[in-house]
Structure formats: structure tokens, C-alpha cells
Design a protein around this ligand. Structure first.
Ligand code: DC
Length: 223
């Protein structure tokens, strides 16, 4: 059985960068499932399909072939064979990803692909429903969160580093809107699995969070 570690949590909890660091430390792959929903969102945007239109998205998602591959241990996300990794981080794609991920037809396709991938290699998988739905038997489940204010502050810093200054109030508002959409959707909403360990990273450095999660994994897997 491959080693499977599930990390779920809200937007801006630092899941991606923390998961990257923990996976590297353990010498396993990191599957960022959010990137897969982002690729579906990009597909809809490119075709002018409204991400909020369930019927249109559900019909069109049949054509959205999403795959991942690894280059030097780093995930690249493919849409119909095209590497779209660098096009997935815009605000427009973020909002559309949160919307398309509400629809059961989209989720069914992504969940199937994620289960297949998780069966092929030792992986740390991050998302919203990994511990509660995709891999309910994962031996290690982490729920990584932080207060909305702290997550918005971190996001502002990240955006500033990228050269896009966005007002804190706007970032906080968008973050709360995505939290709301991710937690309130009917199909597999974001929530902490009963057997997940809660890691609240408010006030912790990234190094401390990585250390804490690596310890939790070591306790279970002995490495
Ligand atoms: O982690 P992220 O911000 O890249 O995720 C983008 C969107 O995809 C997010 O708003 C919720 C959705 N998502 C999901 O519903 N289930 C997952 N396992 C991962 C992401």
C-alpha cells in the first residue's frame, strides 16, 4: 500500500507550500488537487462557459482532460495535454475553481482521478475533501487552518512579492467568500474529518508547521 497523507484546509492556510516542504522532507510526491479543479475552471473560462451554470459545466467537463505529471519531483498540471501549470493562479481562475468545484459531475471526475493517482505512489495529497471523501482510509489526516485575518495577511504579502498590491480588506473579503462557497456546497464541503489532526498555524512560522506535520507522520509511519 502506498503511503497516503491527506491535508485539507481552507484557502490561504499555506497548504500548498507546507505540503511541498513536508513531501520533500519525506521524499514523497505532493499532489495538489486544487490545481486539478483550477484546470477545469480554466477550460470553462476559455470556452466562455459560466462556472456557476451547473448544466453547462457538467456537460462540458467531459471534454476537460485533466492530468498531472511530475518533473524533478514537482507537479505539472495538464489540460487536454497542454501544460497549464503557470496559468492557474490568477484571481479569475481561483474564483472560477471555487465555483466549478461545487458541481457533482466535476467532483466525480476529479475524485476518480485522484484516487487512481494516490494508488500509484507514496503521496501527500492536499485539498478540501481528501480526508472526508477521496481517501477516507488515509492513515494520516491533517486539517490545516489559521484565522481568516492571518490567512488574508499572508496572502497580501504573497501578492506584494509578486508585484500585485491588493488591499487587505479586498483580500479578506475574497477569502471569506471562497471559504463560504467551499464550506457550504452540498457535495463534499470542506470540513475537518473526525479522525484528522487539527493544526492551527496562526502565529506559527512555516518551519514550525512543517516540523509539526512531519512529527505527526513519523508517529504513524515511523519515518
Ligand atoms: O487549493 P486551491 O485554492 O488551489 O483550490 C481551488 C478550488 O478548488 C477551491 O476553491 C476549492 C476547490 N477544491 C475542492 O473543492 N476540492 C479539493 N480537493 C481541492 C480544491
Amino acid at each position: 500500500m502506498p503511503m497516503n497523507i491527506a491535508i485539507d484546509g481552507p484557502v490561504g492556510a499555506g497548504k500548498s507550500s507546507i505540503a511541498d516542504a513536508v513531501a520533500e522532507r519525506l521524499g514523497i510526491l505532493h499532489l495538489d488537487t486544487g490545481a486539478m479543479y483550477r484546470a477545469v475552471a480554466l477550460y470553462m473560462l476559455r470556452r466562455g462557459i459560466d462556472p456557476q451554470d451547473e448544466a453547462a459545466v457538467s456537460a462540458a467537463c467531459e471534454g476537460a482532460g485533466v492530468a498531472v505529471r511530475y518533473e524533478d519531483g514537482r507537479q505539472r498540471t495538464l489540460l487536454c495535454g497542454e501544460d497549464v501549470t503557470d496559468a492557474l493562479r490568477t484571481g479569475e481562475v481561483s474564483a472560477a475553481a471555487s465555483a466549478v468545484s461545487k458541481w457533482p459531475a466535476v467532483r466525480a471526475r476529479m475524485v476518480r482521478a485522484q484516487r487512481e493517482l494516490a494508488g500509484t505512489a507514496d503521496m501527500l495529497i492536499d485539498g478540501r475533501d481528501i480526508g472526508t471523501n477521496v481517501l477516507t482510509d488515509a492513515p494520516v489526516k491533517i486539517y490545516l487552518t489559521a484565522t481568516a485575518e492571518e490567512r488574508a495577511r499572508r496572502r497580501c504579502l504573497q501578492l506584494r512579492e509578486k508585484g500585485t498590491d491588493t488591499p487587505y480588506e479586498q483580500v479578506l473579503r475574497e477569502l471569506n467568500a471562497r471559504d463560504e462557497q467551499d464550506m457550504r456546497r452540498k457535495t463534499d464541503p470542506l470540513r475537518q474529518a473526525e479522525d484528522a489532526v487539527l493544526v492551527d498555524s496562526t502565529g506559527m512560522t512555516p518551519e514550525q508547521v512543517v516540523e509539526r506535520i512531519a512529527r505527526i507522520v513519523e508517529d504513524v509511519y515511523g519515518r
